[in-house]
Design a protein around this ligand. Structure first.
Ligand SMILES: Cc1cc2nc3c(=O)[nH]c(=O)nc-3n(C[C@H](O)[C@H](O)[C@H](O)COP(=O)(O)OP(=O)(O)OC[C@H]3O[C@@H](n4cnc5c(N)ncnc54)[C@H](O)[C@@H]3O)c2cc1C
Length: 380
């Protein structure tokens, strides 16, 4: 569909990301998924595309500008690659970069941002706890002040990229109950009192590493607090907007890939003496898929434009995320049906994406929480 906001710069950026992923990632997705890991140098190669550098000053290795349309283009291409696990692990740095860049002290920024943006070191965001993820305001991990240090105790779980990350941004309770008692902290992985264990056997994102993090009297310097004490909840919520927008764009890309796979399959497969694509039921499925993808794409373009030009559109981002996840779920199911038995076998994009629908519908704010937030933001 025509994107009214496309210009030469955005087109060139989009094409460079697509070209790289098609050459360097697409051919290996199945092997890396089956292996449960990808080569470490992929982190650096993907980071070199500049896709994590938006809104980060050049002195730290960032791009020095922001553009939600380019952010969208990169996430669409990540989705289209169907390499969900690789993108989740490499991309885990992206969901901790915003608080780090905007709120951490200069020493941390100078030391850590170039490492993260170059891909030499990994980063992860620790918000979710074994006791729950949706209700961020009730997190139980604590940080108590002791002289020149903060002492962290508690656990974080489901942390994407958490096994290979060297740096973490972690939420912890520094004050009373509720959202007004939470702060954010920067934690080096080699800090005494910090440990981690892998979470294995996930439904999807096989190539990604996921961890449970443990903080046992884990002492970090007082200067490792990110932003103001007890204001962490608001930084977390602000950060979520970008994560959710990027997930929505990834889902659009995943849907585009499913459509392309289905068209190619339906053109070559024959049943009852005709190509699959000649059967009206299949044609209608493809038409429905295409219409849903156009709607996701247009919604993304519109929200990207609002993000570029106005205050953060929280209600729209929330609606966009569940709009994309419910459509992706429908499209993935239709794609599996078009593939028939072939879709049920491992080693193809349709089967892989089908397994990765649910993490998109739950992670970064579930469909239920997105609907609640949208209604609240609309004043209802
Ligand atoms: C593969 C994977 C990677 C992840 N990566 C990270 C990461 O890097 N960092 C991180 O911090 N977290 C991460 N998460 C955690 C993710 O953000 C949480 O799973 C998510 O926020 C939901 O929290 P929960 O799983 O604890 O579900 P719960 O909060 O226990 O909710 C369970 C179900 O109840 C629903 N529900 C909850 N409250 C309500 C309500 N009021 N009304 C109606 N329904 C409700 C939810 O929508 C959900 O469907 C990841 C999760 C997965 C699966």
């Amino acid at each position: 569909m025509i994107n009214p906001f496309l210009n030469e710069e955005r087109r060139a950026f989009h094409e460079s990301v697509a070209k790289f992923l098609e050459a360097e990632i697409w051919p290996h997705v199945d092997d890396w998924d089956e292996a449960g890991a990808y080569p470490h140098e992929i982190n650096e190669k993907i980071c070199q595309l500049g896709i994590f550098g938006f809104n980060i000053p050049e002195q730290y290795g960032g791009l020095g500008f922001d553009d939600a349309h380019m952010r969208k283009a990169s996430a669409v291409e990540m989705g289209r690659s169907s390499a969900g696990g690789v993108m989740a692990s490499v991309g885990s740095r992206s969901i901790m970069l915003k608080p780090l860049t905007e709120l951490a002290n200069d020493e941390i920024k100078n030391r850590v941002l170039p490492e993260l943006l170059s891909g030499r070191k990994g980063g992860a965001l620790g918000i979710t706890e074994p006791g729950g993820g949706s209700d961020v305001a009730r997190m139980q991990t604590t940080a108590r002040r002791d002289g020149d240090e903060w002492v962290l105790n508690g656990q974080k779980t489901f942390i994407t990229g958490g096994m290979q990350a060297s740096y973490f941004v972690v939420g912890a309770r520094t004050g009373g109950d509720g959202m007004g008692g939470i702060s954010l902290f920067f934690v080096d992985a080699d800090t005494p009192g910090f440990s981690r264990t892998p979470i294995e056997r996930k439904m999807g994102w096989w190539a990604s590493d996921t961890a449970t993090l443990y903080f046992d009297e884990c002492r970090v310097p007082a200067a490792n607090i990110i932003g103001e004490e007890n204001k962490g909840f608001f930084a977390i919520m602000d950060n979520f907007n970008f994560e959710r927008f990027m997930m929505a764009a990834q889902m659009c890309g995943m849907s585009m890939r499913l459509f392309d796979e289905c068209v190619a399959y339906a053109q070559s497969r024959e049943t009852f003496g005709e190509r699959l694509i000649s059967h009206q039921v299949i044609r209608h499925k493809l038409a429905d898929m295409s219409a849903r993808i156009d709607a996701m794409d247009a919604y993304l373009n519109q929200v990207a434009e609002i993000m570029n030009t106005a205050d953060r559109p929280v209600a729209e981002i929330s609606k966009l995320k569940f709009h994309c996840s419910t459509n992706l779920e429908w499209i993935a199911s239709a794609a599996m049906q078009i593939f028939g038995g072939a879709g049920y076998l491992r080693g193809n994009a349709v089967e892989r994406i089908y397994r990765e629908v649910k993490v998109q519908a739950i992670g970064g704010g579930s469909e239920e929480i997105m609907r609640d937030l949208a209604m609240k933001q609309m004043g209802l």
